[in-house]
Design a protein around this ligand. Structure first.
Ligand code: AMP
Length: 274
């Protein structure tokens, strides 16, 4: 496994790359959800690059950035064990030079709903880092997790607008046995918190069963989450790919239940296809 700390050395190395190159961008603090993306990439691509880069521009909250877990040694071990070819660990100034500007791509309506609404500037930061990373790595395939459903939709905009040659793969959510969606942020929860957080998937699964009565069931789910100490930020049934909220399932349309909330000061998101 090769490790690159500078974009110019990675670029140079990739000059002779496999033309079926796969790219898995991450912020580190890796878990089996990330590794599933690496495995999917390895199954399709001759060569895979995984980046570890905590992008300051996608944090709308300074303390969230500061508290973001950093576990480089165990990340490298997990990546090695998963058979990763190349790891890219650049500095912030390498990816965002002092004179670089954030992407101007039109993100509407995603930048004003759900994650876009509650995390102002977040998606602008996401598309900016990916734009710069895609320019460096020039991948043929990129792999993202449906855990960040809205992010997948935003990246589709970036790829359709600027990188039509890239094939985007949106991979299934990997969960703990308890149902809790794996997340780097879970490591900030106490043992009790990890237990209480399982209520999120339980409520999403129950709401999926009773989606025809979504509007009446929604409040009871929010109450049950509250009993576990979880403060709901949003819990909605949405139509895809627009993320327009709907009152009940519509036949023949892709839709999902989306959730964000706080437990023990940690922001957790999850979603389930309906
Ligand atoms: P992050 O390091 O949080 O930026 O995540 C890097 C990539 O891993 C993103 O595409 C995430 O959607 C994906 N990811 C994170 N958690 C999971 C999970 N539990 N299942 C599948 N993909 C995930």
């Amino acid at each position: 496994m090769k490790i690159f700390y500078y974009s110019n050395t990675l670029r140079e190395f990739l000059k002779n790359k496999d033309n079926n190159l796969g790219f898995v961008p991450t912020m580190g603090a890796l878990h089996l959800g990330h590794i599933a993306l690496v495995k999917e990439a390895r199954a399709i691509c001759g060569q895979v690059v995984v980046s570890i880069f905590v992008n300051p521009h996608q944090f709308n909250n300074a303390s969230d950035l500061q508290q973001y877990p950093r576990t480089l040694v165990s990340d490298l071990k997990l990546l090695y064990d998963a058979g990763t070819d190349n790891v890219f660990i650049p500095s912030v100034t390498d990816i965002f030079s002092p004179d670089s500007v954030l992407s101007k791509i039109d993100l509407s309506p995603m930048d004003t709903r759900y994650e876009g609404l509650y995390r102002p500037g977040h998606f602008r930061g996401v598309v900016s880092v990916l734009h710069n990373m895609f320019d460096i790595v020039e991948p043929k395939h990129v792999f993202f997790g449906l855990k960040d459903l809205q992010q997948c939709l935003v990246i589709e905009k970036l790829i359709n607008g600027y990188f039509p040659e890239i094939h985007q793969h949106n991979c299934a959510i990997i969960r703990e046995h308890s149902g809790l969606a794996m997340s780097s942020r879970n490591s900030r929860l106490s043992a009790q918190g990890l237990n209480d957080a399982t209520e999120i998937f339980r409520q999403l699964s129950q709401l999926k069963q009773s989606a025809l009565n979504f509007t009446s069931e929604r409040n009871s789910s929010i109450e049950k989450l509250k009993l576990k100490g979880i403060q709901t930020e949003y819990l909605d049934l949405v139509q895809l790919p627009t993320m327009d909220p709907i009152d009940q399932p519509v036949v023949g349309v892709r839709q999902a239940l989306v959730f964000a909330g706080y437990l023990e000061g940690v922001r957790l998101i999850d979603n389930i296809a309906v």
